[in-house]
Design a protein around this ligand. Structure first.
Ligand code: F6P
Ligand code: MN
Length: 278
């Protein structure tokens, strides 16, 4: 496993263990204007310290801090969403940690990812990793040790589930007409933490989207910390990703915290979406 990903796995039990006492809102907002929970700040500080301690890492960036922390001139550039879906902490629903390991300075296109992964804090702690052209799902034990449970993971060819974020009245008409078709074909599964919702798509096949909205044409999710790593995992597992027009991995970034519409899942469903949005 990639060193950076191993480090995130090792930190996962500590992140999980620190959640119970940190369900309160902090006074600060993150660079996207979202109120931070104490748990967001805790996970971000822990990951920054552990990841920057690696000699191979030049810089650490996260959704929870405006500027990246640069440790050296050369090496890997790591982008984290320390606690994706952390608003689920209050209601005790699933959440995750997302990591993207880029070999070029950030902001970088998803094509520059050398590895990506997400930890899912569900009833068990799992980690899904895309590295060297393969996706592997691991179980992480209480000591941060990993055991591979699914190798060469691929999306099932027959899609079953869908989950779309954003309020329906805020969906552009074209997306709404697509959603009306999909809801007749697939089963709704939406929990409000992207990572958990995408993991259902990886497991059962289907499509997840947080589309561009009338009030926010670039949607909610962030390209460097969420869109790119998730697209890398889903595409490596044989699925597809799109910002509405092209693979998320081909989006040219223009800012560290920029948002992007995210659609990921079975290729046939993503192709249909692009045809409707065109
Ligand atoms: O990181 C942002 C996030 O928490 C995602 O995990 C999730 O998909 C989305 O926000 C949920 O947003 P909403 O509350 O608008 O459904
Ligand atoms: Mn997130």
């Amino acid at each position: 496993m990639h060193r950076v990903i191993e480090t995130v796995a090792a930190a996962a039990p500590e992140i999980r263990g620190g959640l119970a006492g940190r369900r309160v809102y902090d006074t600060a907002e993150n660079p996207s204007g979202e109120q931070q929970l104490a748990a967001d700040v805790y996970a971000d500080d822990l990951l920054e310290e552990r990841i920057l301690a690696l000699d191979s890492v030049a810089a650490y960036a996260s959704e929870e801090r405006e500027e990246m922390t640069v440790a050296s001139d050369e090496g890997l550039h790591v982008a984290c969403d320390p606690l994706d879906g952390s608003s689920n902490l209050k209601s005790n629903n699933a959440m995750g940690t997302i990591v993207g390991v880029y070999d070029t300075p950030l902001p970088a296109p998803g094509r520059d990812l050398v590895a990506s992964a997400f930890v899912l804090y569900g009833p068990i702690t799992t980690m899904t990793v895309a590295h060297e052209g393969e996706v592997t799902e691991y179980v992480i034990d209480d000591d941060g040790e990993t055991t591979a449970v699914t190798e060469a993971l691929t999306l099932p060819s027959e899609p079953v589930v869908y989950g779309f974020g954003g309020r329906v009245p805020d969906w552009p008409d074209a997306f709404e007409s697509y959603a009306r078709e999909i809801e007749r074909e697939l089963k709704l599964r939406y929990g409000g933490a992207m990572i958990a919702d995408v993991n259902q798509v990886l497991e059962y096949g289907g499509i997840f989207a947080y589309p561009g909205l009338d009030s926010a044409p670039n949607g909610k999710l962030r390209l460097q910390f969420e869109g790119n790593p998730i697209a890398h995992v889903v595409e490596t597992a044989g699925g597809a990703s799109s910002d509405g027009e092209q693979s998320l991995l081909d989006v040219e970034p223009d800012g560290l915290h920029q948002r992007v519409p995210v659609h990921v899942g079975n290729e046939s469903l993503v192709d249909r979406l692009e045809a409707v949005l065109a």
